[in-house]
Design a protein around this ligand. Structure first.
Ligand code: NAI
Length: 258
């Protein structure tokens, strides 16, 4: 009898990871490769990806690096095409992860900073997902995983542009799911809580980590690997009847309001 765990197997599939040069993106690229997928790591500076690609290749995983700036539409289609060319197969999974944070009071947020947040977290994610959806629709299968945030599910002080961009990404996920279901493309979102990456340093610098910790029922910040289970579920055949789902991975943070 085949093991029920085999439905999580990604052998034969290919994944594209945006914002793969650090944090959750870099960790997830390694994890998806170890689960069997060929992986394309995408970032603005490909030199920051070379070491990871070399490491994965030395472990006999199929991996490549492609240049992508999600705020520059002229880089998106070439990045996707280059990834498929280098991996030698169509891409089945998009881990739509590139994002930036901005913590500031609503009345003090500058036009430039607000634009950067929406251009990256919403417009950038939108355009990368659109590219993915066009290709995946042609092949009649695919899984798009948008990386939202618990900030998109509940209000948090000083997070107006970031939270609004992630709330919009969640709404976009649901509309994409509706439109793409009949094309064989599933679209879901992860809503991580506070995960220990470079982004978390923004909270540390402002001395607000302790306050946040008090609102996490499990009383610890997450690690990038805490997202692995939900990512594998959405990426693999294990999630084949799931589309439009938004999965919090946050130690219960979204449940807690004081
Ligand atoms: P990170 O700062 O390590 O990673 C973000 C990545 O996005 C970086 O590699 C960065 O170079 C890339 N990026 C930014 N702008 C880009 C652009 N224009 N084009 C291409 N790549 C670009 O932070 P982390 O934590 O790994 O963040 C990954 C995602 O997870 C983000 O979307 C973030 O909003 C989301 N998230 C993170 C949480 C956390 O607590 N760390 C919580 C909830 C969501």
């Amino acid at each position: 009898m085949t093991s029920p765990i085999s439905i999580f197997d990604l052998r034969g599939k290919a994944a594209f990871i945006s914002g793969a040069s650090s944090g959750i993106g870099q960790h997830t690229a390694r994890m998806l490769a170890k689960a069997g997928a060929a992986v394309a790591l995408a970032a603005r500076r490909t030199d920051r990806l070379d070491a990871v690609v070399a490491e994965l290749r030395s472990e006999r995983h199929k991996a490549c690096a492609v240049r992508l700036d999600v705020t520059d539409p002229s880089t998106i289609e070439p990045a996707w095409r280059e990834a498929e060319h280098q991996l030698g197969q169509p891409i089945d999974i998009l881990f739509n992860n590139a994002g930036v944070i901005y913590i500031e009071r609503f009345t003090s947020q500058s036009y430039e900073a607000v634009s950067r947040i929406f251009d990256t977290n919403l417009k950038g994610a939108f355009m990368v997902a659109q590219e993915a959806a066009r290709h995946m629709s042609t092949h009649g299968q695919g899984s798009i995983i948008n990386i939202a945030s618990s900030s998109g599910l509940r209000a948090g002080g000083q997070m107006s542009s970031y939270g609004a961009s992630k709330a919009a990404l969640i709404h976009l996920t649901q509309i994409m799911a509706l439109e793409l279901a009949r094309k064989g493309v599933r679209v879901n979102a992860l809503a991580p809580g506070n995960i220990q990456t470079d982004m978390q340093a923004e909270f540390t610098e402002r001395g607000i980590e302790d306050g946040i910790m008090k609102r996490i029922p499990m009383r610890r910040f997450g690690e990038p690997s805490d997202l692995d289970g939900a990512t594998l579920l959405l990426a693999s055949d294990a999630g084949r009847y799931m589309t439009g789902a938004v999965i919090p991975v946050d130690g219960g943070q979204v449940l807690s309001w004081m």
